[in-house]
Design a protein around this ligand. Sequence first.
Ligand SMILES: Cc1cc2nc3c(=O)[nH]c(=O)nc-3n(C[C@H](O)[C@H](O)[C@H](O)COP(=O)(O)OP(=O)(O)OC[C@H]3O[C@@H](n4cnc5c(N)ncnc54)[C@H](O)[C@@H]3O)c2cc1C
Length: 372
Amino acid sequence: MHVVLVGAGIIGLVTAFELHSRGVEVTICDPDPASGASHAAAGMLAPASEIVWGQDPLHALMADSAALYPQLVGRIEQVTGKRPAYRQNPTMVIAAEQADRQALEELQQVRQELGLPSEVLLGSQARRREPALASNIAGALVFAADHQIDPRSLTAILVEYFDSRLVRELVTEVLPAGNGRPAVRTAGGRVIDADQVLLSTGLQQIPGTPALPLRAVYGDILRLDIPGHLQPLITHTVRGLVHRRPVYLVPREDGSIVLGASSREDGNEMVSVEAMYTLLDDARRLVPGIMDASLREVIARARPGTPDDAPIIDRIDPALVVANGFFRHGVLLAPLGARLAADLLLDEPPDERTAALGLRRFATTDTRRNLG
Ligand SMILES: Cc1cc2nc3c(=O)[nH]c(=O)nc-3n(C[C@H](O)[C@H](O)[C@H](O)COP(=O)(O)OP(=O)(O)OC[C@H]3O[C@@H](n4cnc5c(N)ncnc54)[C@H](O)[C@@H]3O)c2cc1C
């Protein structure tokens, strides 16, 4: 069995690793591996602190996938000899002011109804645990099980591991199976035969393949270097609501901090100065010490959003599977998404979770007919 994976973001790469672990031959095509949304992501694995009211099916996927992370990281280390930067530090959600505290209480109620444990702290208690927090914060919730991974470390390990299986070219066409095997054609004119093809190209869609209902939700995100004498500035992932605007600070193993992220649907691929300014201003209200940091990087990338915020994992035709639309949670959902996509590619008995992730859930009667 030979699977060609088109797109080497976190979804394509972790699915390639899953398939490879099951003894499948893989070829991965991408002109610039791990340069899309996966390059920007903070890597919060936050099924509890990121839930949104009314998205229960998505929460279940998020929780299932978070639980798979320790095993995935262990398997990657065993096979490659390199350990991805996975940290099991807790997450603290802060209310900056009394008005934000009310929003926090509402969110806690939602979490309680879903059985997600959190610890409620007064502002003073939160500061005892995280002394760099501002002196006037109104309160906090702690989620011990919301962890993080540096997606760049994970993807870099897999890009290196699959180096000989990587074709660094754009795929311009997927050739249908017809009576023979399916194949992909690259911009350089190569035709690569396959038994199955997986499409995980994020927002870029390949002409001739079924159009996916994706929208670009841009996120600006910063990376800060903290001076040695202030490290570690924070030990929790600190998420906050400042005037009801979300902001987060994720502490990396090397002492740096990832500060994010905006959410824009304005079509601007460049970094937004307004978004960057607002993020910094909101973050310094939670952790004033970031004003002593150096700005290492600021970038913007687009999250591939779907109409219901859940991914699309579906078989499109007998030789073609799609895994896309992971929106805000592609890093978190990668282990589970990879398993579900691999099951589809290998015609394993269907997992009941995949039924809810099909493209048909968005189809009108006409397009449903076209989809067969
Ligand atoms: C600012 C920001 C912060 C985020 N934070 C988090 C977070 O904390 N936690 C979380 O879980 N998620 C987070 N996300 C979301 C997460 O980054 C995405 O859901 C995830 O990266 C999607 O991965 P992907 O592999 O589908 O897409 P991508 O990473 O975009 O990869 C797609 C790949 O396909 C390749 N490609 C495109 N077209 C072709 C073609 N024709 N031929 C070959 N290759 C092609 C591209 O070069 C690219 O490498 C964040 C996103 C952003 C923008």
